[in-house]
Design a binder for this molecule. Structure first.
Ligand SMILES: [Zn+2]
Length: 248
């Protein structure tokens, strides 16, 4: 009788332990990667890199425009005659329409990074769609560009988001895993950012950086080094939509 009780208790604890492990495992998995991500890549509704033997890559910049960092970055890109893609936030774009106009005039692509960068996990489908559509309209109004790319905040993915993106003719613009230098982290030095990117460079990559974060000036300096170094190695820098076409 006593033995039986102990066994029951042990079994119960074991079950709780296993359940806890499962919950932890599932939550860390979805944070890192959506279980259907590989299928969306195959469908090409989600792009994180392309296959090409040409030395061509796409530089992408998130969370701007920023009134100081973004114009400084545009100067650097102009100096090297390089094209890039800016995943702007709608509310910042509204505040700095002239920066959007300049991006478009200088041959850069503007993508959608939501209106206010909320946690999409906490938003209903309708609210997510509003964040997206509002931003698409702002980009069109200030740059004249038809938005083709959506980079969801924090890389959020769901079946609903993919359905909405298909309906809006938006491709989910992910980034190449090896090329996330975490440049946005405060205090990350320009040499650390450029070193990471130069070391990991491969044709067809989508490189993620941030012009809209407080560490943005380090990113701008890093881009100058990256372009100087990689253009000497024969690399060309195109917009993400151009890269996707090259990869087909
Ligand atoms: Zn972001």
């Amino acid at each position: 009788m006593v033995i039986l009780t102990i066994r029951k208790r042990t079994a119960g604890l074991g079950l709780v332990f296993i359940l806890a492990l499962m919950v932890l495992g599932i939550s860390s998995y979805t944070m890192a990667k959506h279980p259907n991500m590989d299928n969306w890549k195959k469908e090409r509704i989600l792009i994180d890199k392309v296959e090409t033997d040409k030395n061509v890559v796409a530089l992408t910049f998130d969370d701007g425009p920023h009134p100081q960092f973004t114009p400084a970055l545009l100067d650097v890109l102009k100096k090297h005659d390089a094209r890039a893609t800016f995943f702007v936030m709608g509310n910042k774009a509204e505040a700095h329409p002239r920066i959007l106009k300049r991006m478009a005039a200088e041959g850069h692509e503007i993508g959608n990074h939501s209106y206010s960068h909320p946690d999409f996990n906490k938003l209903k489908k309708e609210a997510q769609l509003e964040e997206i559509n509002k931003t698409t309209a702002i980009i069109k109004k200030h740059s004249g560009q038809n938005v083709a790319l959506l980079r969801p905040p924090g890389g959020y993915l769901s079946y609903d988001l993919i359905e909405m993106s298909k309906k809006q003719n938006l491709i989910i613009a992910y980034w190449t895993y090896q090329q996330d230098s975490k440049d946005w982290r405060n205090g990350t030095k320009p040499s650390t950012i450029s070193g990471h990117i130069i070391k990991n460079i491969q044709p067809g990559q989508v490189i993620i950086m941030h012009d809209g974060c407080p560490n943005g000036m380090a990113t701008v300096q890093a881009v100058d080094t990256i372009l100087t170094h990689l253009q000497k190695e024969g690399y060309t820098f195109v917009t993400m939509s151009e890269l996707i076409k090259i990869g087909k």
